[in-house]
Design a protein around this ligand. Structure first.
Ligand code: AHR
Length: 309
């Protein structure tokens, strides 16, 4: 058995469990690890044999994974796509092999949307809107120009594109709000810290008063960078992040982050349900979105103990 392969359930030839091949995009965040765990656990619980391959942020590796699933003749393929574009060809290969595809978490931008059965994942645009509305309200009495810095996720990925668009949509008519700095930091803590350090190397009166970090990890890195220049995160710079890990809620409760928009990684049960429905020949909605919330200092203390990642 190759290192990357694992079977959630030992293959029982008498009952012949459904085989699901899942191409996970990476391990960049607590969100991602929780997403993989949720999918493994749900597969084991529902008797689905799972073959999971981690692409470590490489779309090419995701293509290789899909081709290996096709060679193995899995029943269903699930893909959490690292970026949106470039999927037409490989999805056509899956179709030619007669294997249905489910898109998980992020989206694909393909001409023929019948190349996949359904997308199970968050409404990232709405997450950006929630973050924007929080900032709009939080800064309502702030006089003068407001400079917003933005730590984006992976370039070309759905959450980075859509969170950015949703967030900006709130400020379209606001001449007093400027996006002074915006750069990708790949959803990781190290890059979040590095890029925030660069953001802070400007004259004092050009520093951002607000930071929108597209995920928790980048906010953690940014907090370190902010403290290293002697500023107070959550006071000198208002911070909003996305995901809602327990660690993020603890930091939120401590006041160093001001709001966290929830993004739900626990997609395993829905994915297994969808897999079974497809095999049973049922039709599925084209898009399935989990319910999500926003956490503030007030709710963080209560909610952090309920967090599952
Ligand atoms: O696609 C979901 C995003 O990917 C999460 O917000 C982020 O933490 C992860 O890396």
């Amino acid at each position: 058995v190759e290192e990357w392969m694992e079977s959630a359930v030992a293959r029982d030839t008498s009952t012949k469990p459904i085989v699901l091949g899942f191409s996970q995009l990476g391990r960049e965040s607590a969100w991602r690890l929780a997403n993989s765990t949720s999918i493994r656990n749900a597969a084991a619980e529902s008797g689905i044999s799972l073959v999971i391959k981690n692409a470590e942020q490489s779309q090419t590796k995701q293509f290789e994974a899909v081709r290996s699933f096709i060679r193995q003749k899995v029943d269903v393929i699930a893909i959490a796509p690292v970026v949106e574009s470039g999927w037409d060809g490989i999805l056509q290969e899956a179709r030619d092999a007669g294997i249905p595809v489910i898109i998980v978490d992020r989206s694909v931008d393909v001409k023929d949307t019948s190349l996949f059965v359904t997308t199970i994942g968050s409404d990232f645009y709405e997450e950006g809107v929630k973050a924007g509305k929080y900032i709009q309200d939080r800064m309502r009495n702030h006089p003068g120009l407001i400079r917003i810095a933005e730590l984006q996720g992976t370039s070309g990925s759905t959450p980075s594109i859509q969170r950015g668009e949703g967030f900006r949509s709130i400020f379209e008519t606001r001449a007093d709000i400027i996006f002074s700095q915006s750069a990708p930091a790949d959803f990781t803590e190290d890059n979040g810290k590095q890029v925030m350090k660069e953001f802070l190397q400007v004259p004092e009166d050009e520093r951002p008063q607000v930071l929108f970090a597209h995920n928790d990890e980048m906010a953690f890195g940014a907090i370190q960078a902010i403290e290293e220049v002697g500023l107070k995160p959550g006071e000198d710079i208002i911070i909003v992040s996305v995901d809602g890990s327990r660690k993020a809620l603890e930091i939120l409760a401590s006041g160093k982050i001001n709001a966290v928009v929830e993004c739900n990684p626990l997609l395993g049960p829905q994915l297994m349900q969808a897999t079974k429905e497809i095999i049973a020949g049922r039709t599925l909605p084209k898009r399935m979105v989990p319910p999500e919330d926003i956490f503030t200092k007030e709710s963080a203390g209560r909610e952090m103990y309920n967090r599952r990642f």
